[in-house]
Design a protein around this ligand. Structure first.
Ligand code: FUB
Length: 321
């Protein structure tokens, strides 16, 4: 009886501590997850990461939701091999958007090389947590154009409502225009289908957001398997660039972690706070797939430049939308 009472008291104390938790702590959830795409749907924060494991085991995505950036709920297997007939391996780098009450999840798979089936696909669901089903039953982009491997897609809505997709590995980045139903890509006004926008030192993981009317284009540099992975950025007046590299804003810190990169940015319009969601490798590890998802606040200089991000173990404070 006494033992039970003690157990109950400990459990109550633990949940009070957990409830009162003020900062997220980094990593924000357990497990090896990389390439996190942070996005806001309604009053909920969502993170869609790659399941970081051997390529042959990367056959599904989990995602995570939170009301406050601190307490995260896991949603398992929001899409898997049963709903993508052409998925063989290496399901990577999800990108999620909402349009007209439907949720679209863009993904890449198979680590595609010339002559192979794979590349960027798109799935749809009625809820952010899925279940997602392949929308077209084949890749949206299979070909290697401008030497860019079709991976690491990011779908961006411009000021006029047009959706563009930035993508590319192997050190090259393309932008394409999306059809309204996301079932295909469509020509730009000049008739071209692909525009190369590769900035200096670009490797992969493009991301775009607008702040004060300017286009902030960001990407990862270095090799994702090593310690020197990092994030750099450019500011432009156009979604097509030119993207002149301004500098690195996220990189390894000998006191905190290595291999920090492939990020996304979440903005809370109410508080006007910006958060960088990224993966990093713990200091004590040199395992390729031991990548964990973290969030830290991103700050700007008065002239609009992004200030170097200080990676932390504490993470961010509670932030309700
Ligand atoms: O997680 C698989 C690959 O690693 C991504 O596509 C790259 O951006 C790198 O993060």
């Amino acid at each position: 009886m006494k033992k039970n009472l003690l157990f109950t008291l400990v459990a109550v104390f633990a949940s009070v501590v957990a409830y009162g938790q003020k900062t997220a702590g980094n990593p924000i959830f357990e497990g090896d997850y990389a390439d996190p795409e942070g996005v806001v749907f309604g009053k909920t924060y969502w993170i869609y990461p790659t399941y970081s494991a051997a390529f042959d085991d990367q056959l599904y995505f989990d995602c995570f939701s939170s009301k406050d950036l601190v307490n995260w709920k896991k949603h398992e297997r929001i899409i898997d091999q049963s709903s993508i007939s052409w998925l063989r391996r290496a399901l990577w780098a999800p990108a999620a958007i909402e349009k007209d009450g439907k949720y679209y999840l863009f993904f890449s798979c198979n680590d595609v090389h010339p002559g192979e089936i794979g590349g960027i696909g798109v799935a749809v669901a009625d809820k952010p947590q899925g279940p997602f089903k392949d929308l077209i039953g084949k890749p949206l982009i299979n070909d290697i154009v401008n030497r860019a491997q079709p991976i690491d897609q990011f779908v961006f809505q411009d000021k006029d409502g047009t959706y563009y997709m930035y993508y590319g590995g192997w050190g090259r980045c393309n932008v394409v225009k999306m059809a309204d139903d996301f079932k295909s890509i469509v020509p730009f006004e000049d008739g071209t289908m692909y525009k190369e926008v590769t900035p200096k030192n670009y490797v992969e993981g493009p991301f775009m957001f607008i702040r004060d009317g300017k286009y902030y284009f960001m990407w990862s540099e270095g090799g994702w398997t090593g310690p020197h992975y990092k994030v750099a950025y450019a500011i432009s007046d156009s979604p097509f660039g030119p993207f002149e590299r301004k500098g690195v804003i996220l990189q390894q810190d000998e006191e905190v972690a290595r291999g920090a990169g492939h990020h996304s940015v979440i903005h809370n319009p109410k508080s006007d706070k910006y958060y960088i969601v990224y993966h990093r490798r713990p200091l004590e590890s040199n395992k390729r797939d031991n990548r964990v998802t973290c969030i830290d606040e991103m700050h700007f200089a008065p002239n609009g430049d992004i200030l170097p991000v200080k990676m932390t173990f504490e993470g961010v404070n509670k932030d309700k939308l």
